[in-house]
Structure formats: structure tokens, C-alpha cells
Design a protein around this ligand. Sequence first.
Ligand SMILES: [Zn+2]
Length: 76
Amino acid sequence: MADAPIVPLTLAGRHFSIMPCPGHLQYQCTSSRCVETATHRVLSRATASTEWLCDAHTLAWARLQHADVARSATAP
Ligand SMILES: [Zn+2]
């Protein structure tokens, strides 16, 4: 996953929103045991929490919310 391209997702749903990290901020992905640099900020309205996720975990998280991002995000 280290060579995965950065996918700048901006998504907003009823219960969440996803946006690219501001460029000057460097966070480590907050998903468990992940060592990637976070590329997206994920806000969950259900839990009022903020997470910082890498590309792979952002996509995985979005899929969990049943967001239809898989096709557009992985298309060549
Ligand atoms: Zn991650």
C-alpha cells in the first residue's frame, strides 16, 4: 500500500464527512496498527469523533458507510 496513489476524496453523508488533510498537517493513520501517513480527515457525526486515515483506510471506512466511492476512486 505504500505506493498507492493519493486519492483526494471529499464526501459528505448524513452521518459523516470525509475531506483531504490540509497539506501542512501530518498525522499518522489512526486505524489500529496502521503506520501510513493519514491523507484524509473523517468526521463521524454519530460519535462526534474525528479520525485521520490513510488512503486505504479512508476507502475502507467509506465502504463501511455504504458510500459509493469504490468505482470512482479506483478507476484508472
Ligand atoms: Zn491506515
